[in-house]
Write a protein that binds this ligand. Structure first.
Ligand code: NDP
Length: 278
């Protein structure tokens, strides 16, 4: 009898998650015997649902909106990058039964930008829009890459100033409101607000993009997101959405769980082809 290891993604809403499909393709590609399901879990039920999952032989979990901070609290121990992010998207059951929390969002984004889109992050002046959970996950890995100070703009200024101050020892990060962006230009603008989910945009000046700038929306959809459209209208060299990041963060989680790294390029190509047909 072949033993199947169990994995899942918890979140709310979760119905449209692409993670089960991505992990199924990774498992086929690498000959791993796993099952990966999506489960609707609201914050009130999170702790008991995770405990039940791991008590019933679950090996690893992904946690998505709005559960990443709760997963951080739940984990018995955290990796350095999860500790910095104060948000966990991957839980791993250790041999001693304890639960380790990691955050693969940041490395997923950086891998997509560098490996799949050939961006030179070291030389890019980077602007991050938004100061929520996703922003927390990507700041550390982006700071490791960039030689320029990173600017984060957010609607609630107090929140972004506090977030930037957590990374202040890096001395390369500044938090501000959207008004403060007037007169500044960037090579890479990353939308880590949730505005695209409702078809909205943060209030952005029209001259924000430097020549050959790249726009990247962490949100992804079968339709062009509002921020990707804004990038196209403002003559960005590339205006990308977060499907590549989703697949790269999943590959990192798969590697942590299974010790084998799946190839992401064919999965990105397949999912892009499917949504172009949708
Ligand atoms: P959070 O709810 O934690 O944060 C939302 C952020 O958006 C806050 O900074 C909030 O500002 C801002 N915001 C919301 N509405 C508006 C508005 N009308 N105008 C301006 N700013 C606004 O969400 P997450 O950080 O978890 O997620 C952000 C996005 O990233 C989502 O679209 C999510 O799907 C995507 N994501 C994609 C991933 C991928 O793999 N591709 C991985 C993780 C996230 P304020 O502080 O003022 O409320």
């Amino acid at each position: 009898m072949t033993l199947i290891d169990h994995y899942a993604v918890f979140g709310s809403p979760i119905k449209h998650s692409k993670s089960p499909r991505i992990h199924k393709i990774f498992a086929e590609q690498t000959n791993q015997s796993i099952e990966y399901n999506a489960q609707e879990v609201c914050p009130e039920d999170f702790s008991s649902a995770v405990t039940t999952f791991f008590e019933h032989d679950g090996k690893g979990l992904n946690c998505t909106v709005p559960l990443k901070e709760l997963a951080w609290t739940y984990a018995d121990s955290k990796t350095g990058r999860a500790q910095t992010a104060k948000a966990v998207n991957t839980l791993i059951k250790q041999n001693d039964g304890s639960i380790l929390g990691d955050n693969t969002d940041g490395i997923g984004l950086v891998t997509d930008l560098i490996n799949n889109h050939n961006l030179n992050l070291a030389e890019s002046r980077i602007l991050i829009l938004g100061a929520g959970g996703a922003s927390r996950g990507i700041i550390g890995p982006l700071l490791e890459q960039s030689r320029h100070p990173i600017i984060i703009a957010n609607r609630t200024i107090e929140k972004v100033v506090n977030l930037a101050s957590e990374f202040l020892h890096e001395n390369t990060i500044k938090g501000c409101g959207f008004d403060a962006l007037k007169g500044q230009q960037f090579d890479l603008v990353i939308n880590a607000t949730s505005t695209s989910l409702t078809g909205q945009l943060p209030p952005l000046p029209n001259d924000l993009l430097a020549k050959n700038a790249v726009c990247y929306d962490l949100a992804y959809s079968n339709e062009t997101t509002a921020f990707v459209r804004w990038g196209q209208q403002n003559k960005a060299l590339k205006s990308l959405d977060g499907l590549g990041m989703l697949i790269e963060q999943a590959a990192e989680a798969f590697f942590i769980w299974r010790g084998i790294r799946p190839k992401t390029a064919p999965v990105i190509e397949l999912l892009n082809r499917e949504r172009n047909l949708a």
